[in-house]
Design a protein around this ligand. Structure first.
Ligand code: GLA
Length: 404
């Protein structure tokens, strides 16, 4: 009898803990990681591509490196049926989204979907305005795990109302669905959305270049450095469960390897969601080495959940620190310019108190071992100043670990 009671208690405990792990508030303790169709495929998606991506996420090791969300962006939609329920595009997704979700789940992945708070999505498909509860219920029935909610065609819509409404609809639908707000930072969501979304876009769209602005009448898209600069002042608003989102990655979409390395490193220093945007079915070894570098991913996924900060900047060379759980720091030198730069790191210049994490670097009393996270080499300790060369449009990224 006692034995059965013990087994029963263990069973209940494991039920409870799995329910607990699925609570809405706990879906993004560290920045979400996955893949999204938009940056590479835009509207040209179909179930064959998505299934191929799912297969590759497992085969390539991406899933095991932490990239678990496979997200459909715009243009998966068909029409609403006679009762107003959304359907999938019958030509692109003939098997339907439920079938696709089952396939994705069978691979140990999670599935994300996309909608919009207005009447239509940015790609002109049906938006969720007036159908919020109905859509949330449909997503829950399909087995959706993540919703990206866009902001096109919302002229007369209040953002706080619209995003809270969809949050409430998702909660009411009963399935833990991670809520990614894509409102481009217009209403400063970092000031009001902590309990609304698990992440919010801070800017307009990323453009696939390292240092440029793509201008159109009425809107702009931004290169990597431009988006990085727009994160200034936002770090205090992010933390476990609610992240600033500087948009999806362009790594592997044609920029130079040094630029891709800098882009990925800086997104990790920002504790940004790591949502890949390349064709992972055809990746170069260089791209794989960047997006699957476990030491670099660990900087992003660090459980302290505090974004990095820029502590110095001169002639295109920036010095960044990010506090990590257990007392370590990530340290990054970013060379924005087109020429290689020689630099001498004088650690004592970087003793500072971080108001956000309430942590201090203390190079007088603490010695840190320096590990180069791209070469994986230990490069001495912070006892001595260090001369380095930072290649053009590239980074040096280190983990500083308290010496034992
Ligand atoms: C907006 C978003 C993008 C993408 C497209 C889809 O521009 O910001 O990330 O979702 O819409 O149309």
């Amino acid at each position: 009898m006692k034995k059965y009671f013990l087994l029963f208690s263990l069973f209940c405990f494991s039920c409870l803990s799995s329910v607990k792990a699925q609570k809405y508030e706990e879906l993004a303790k560290t920045p979400p990681m996955g893949w999204n169709s938009w940056n590479k495929f835009a509207c040209d998606i179909n179930e064959e591509i998505i299934r191929g991506v799912a297969d590759k996420m497992v085969e390539s090791g991406l899933r095991d490196a932490g990239y678990v969300y496979l997200n459909l962006d715009d243009c998966w939609h068909g029409k609403r049926d006679s009762l107003g329920f959304i359907t999938a595009d019958p030509v692109k997704f003939p098997s339907g989204i439920k079938d696709l979700a089952d396939y994705i789940h069978s691979k140990g992945l999670k599935i994300g979907i996309y909608s919009d708070a207005g009447r239509q999505t940015c790609g002109g498909r049906p938006g969720s305005l007036g159908h919020e509860y109905q859509d949330a219920l449909t997503y829950a029935k399909w087995g959706i795990d993540y919703l990206k909610y866009d902001w096109c065609n919302t002229e007369d819509v209040n953002p706080i109302g619209a995003y809270n409404l969809m949050r409430d609809a998702l909660r009411a639908a009963g399935r833990p669905i991670l809520f990614s707000m894509c409102e481009w930072g217009n209403s400063k969501p970092w000031t009001w959305a902590k309990d609304t979304g698990h992440m919010w876009r801070t800017t307009g769209d990323i453009f696939n270049c390292f240092d440029c602005v793509d201008e159109h009448p009425g809107w702009k898209a931004f290169g990597v450095l431009q988006i990085l600069d727009m994160q200034e002042g936002l770090r205090k608003y992010a933390g476990p469960g609610h992240w600033n989102d500087p948009d999806m990655l362009e790594v592997g979409n044609g920029q130079k390897v040094n630029q891709d390395r800098a882009h990925f490193s800086m997104w990790c220093m920002l504790a940004a969601p790591l949502i890949l945007g390349n064709d992972i079915r055809n990746m170069s070894d260089e791209t794989k080495a960047i997006i699957m570098n476990k030491d670099v991913i660990a900087i992003d996924q660090d459980t302290l959940g505090v974004q990095g900060l820029k502590v110095a900047s001169q002639d295109g060379l920036e010095v960044w620190f990010k506090p990590l759980a257990g007392g370590d720091w990530a340290f990054c030198l970013l060379n924005r310019s087109n020429v290689d730069k020689e630099y001498e790191i004088n650690w004592q210049k970087f003793n500072f108190d971080d108001e956000v994490s309430k942590r201090s670097t203390n190079f007088y009393n603490t010695t840190y071992v320096i590990k180069n996270l791209w070469t994986k080499k230990i490069e001495g300790s912070t006892k001595k100043d260090k001369k380095v060369s930072v290649p053009a449009q590239d980074v040096l990224l280190y983990r500083l670990s308290i010496a034992k």
